[in-house]
Design a protein around this ligand. Sequence first.
Ligand code: NAP
Length: 697
Amino acid sequence: IMYVKVFKQSHVTLMKTICFFRHICSLNYVKMEDGESQLLSDEGQTPEPLLGSLDIFIFSLIAGLLIYWFLFRKKTEPVLDFKTFPTSFIEKMKKTNRNVVVFYGSQTGTAEEFANRLVKDAHRYGMKGMAADPEEYDMSELSRLKEIPNSMAVFCMATYGEGDPTDNAQEFYDWMQGTDDDLEGVNFAVFGLGNKTYEHFNATGKYTDKRLAELGGKRVFDLGLGDDDSNLEEDFISWKEQFWPAVCEFFGVEATGEDSSIRQFELVVHNDINMNQVYTGEMGRLKSFQTQKPPFDSKNPFLAPVSVNRKLNKGGNRHLMHIELDIMDSKIRYDAGDHVAVYPINDAVVVNRIGERLGVDLDTAISLRNLDEESNKKHPFPCPTTYRTALSHYLDINNKPRKNVLYDLAQYASDPQEQENMRKMASASPEGKALYQSWVLDSERNILAILEDLPSLNPPIDHLCELLPRLQARYYSIASSSKVHPNSIHICAVVIEYTTETGRVYKGVATNWLKNKEVTENGHKHTVPMYVRRSQFRLPFKPSNPVIMIGPGTGIAPFMGFIQERAWQKEQGKDVGETILYFGCRHKNEDFLYQQELEEFERAGVLTQLNVAFSRDQEHKIYVQHLLKKNKEQLWKLIHSNNAHIYVCGDARNMARDVHTAFYEIAEEVGGLTHTQAVDYFKKLMTKGRYSQDVWS
Ligand code: NAP
């Protein structure tokens, strides 16, 4: 009622104010609504008081608000223009004279990088291309591509998780599933990015290729299947070496011989910039680290203070750690089984050495501006920034550079031999492949090692910054339950550090950075930019269902959350089913992670069985799968008769596969199934969500 009254009165006041000014300006008469005209002065009449005290109050309030709005309101900080609403890629292609569009379904940036490389290549064949994020465009326009003469859509599609499309390709994937559009006359090709250690190898790439053809699209070249477990870069190079000649034949074009090493971004040096406008590591909004505003996500991570950082292992030369991130006041919610994404910072020593080697002042403020003004991507990373920030926060300087980086940098090697070697490594020739494999991959040379080992190579740092891929967030399985720890997220991780073939020490970026995150340093709380990513790895809906968890090494992480949650459910008086853990480590006295907590849970009856495989405490190896086999009767009963849910977490390459095999054997030996039946049996369990994996390779 108050609001309505004030609103009505404001309206009246406003009208009165207008009258008041008209009165001042000697305008005679203003007719107002609702019979208020008698308040106005006609020539010769004595006017009644024009504004009452409530009017004056409201008038002052409006005036005050207007003054505040124009003078004191905090200006909105610029937000990076990464995403726009879905637009027409057809219109954009027509407007900018392009005939090739390369869409990417990318989670970690590799598919996007490949798409950009294909766009660059297109120039060599007299074609004009653009890389495009399917999330930003109206993909239902695909059938209109034929309106553009000699056009083609290429898809670089990564597969993610359990055969899923990447987040940015989900909508396009859904569209493909539901549409019956006629794609006749639409030329396409697909390169899939996947990993053979995963069950659904390249599922998204395969589906895209199959579906576009089903809808009537014309496949210009065969589906490419990249395998990250082996050599994704090589797979991509080999594919495109054959893809382009096929494209030439298809469209009847020829290579122009033009070098594809062309710049996509131009350097702008800001000599006189206000440093308040310079990005210092933010992912989206400038100054978002100073003024944190929820909701927190990949573009707006929360700076979580580190509240616990302790070493988990009692011995050995590794460092396994338990870290707790304080999420109080962040409004961040999570469930046991989710992942926490962390944005790490590169080692300052490596950043400085790159600066020294290239002889640049790393604190120069710069922008890299896209030469293609029509592009949605204005900068390769948040700009303006400094070289130091770019190399510390935004660029991946720790991994082995891909071939296109070597190719583009080769022009800056003044020694002909070094230049030739770089070009050779970038090529698809057998000799080049072998050299790249041994000199870059096997020797694990990152960009600094390459600069150190090729003394004549002196690229401009801005070109290097353009070429290096973006530093990615790292995902960890959350090692806590929000029912028990609503205000903190726990991480269990092993610090990656080893000596490479060249005698250099390889240090994992994120784990080494996390290791050094002291809880407080001189009263200053260390923080970690993070956000939560939802997962499908979930406890059964009914707590009474038994759970069998298999997680050797740091694979224990999500199970700490699961066990905490089962304990909480028990406390709530719920009927909680059997909770069985299979953990594995090297030595009982060295890396039995969370031993005390696990034994406590066992004593309390929360963990109904704690099985630990100590692999190196005896002559022969004992692994989790050996213990599974030992308990085969009990396990088969739980799975087959009691609706048990199976969870596997940890190494994808060997452990997850070996565990899977052990289950097949159990089904065969105890359940009497044939091998094919056993495979089918566990496939069905997977579809029902009763066999879940959270594995990394
Ligand atoms: P870990 O301590 O190296 O291994 C845990 C236990 O698993 C050890 O007892 C080990 O035995 C055993 N094991 C080795 N091969 C096995 C197999 N095929 N089946 C069953 N058990 C096996 O574990 P971790 O340090 O936590 O690392 C686990 C794996 O995940 C490693 O491959 C690591 O590189 C990877 N990882 C990946 C990430 C990532 O984000 N990509 C993060 C962390 C770890 P032995 O060593 O005695 O053979």
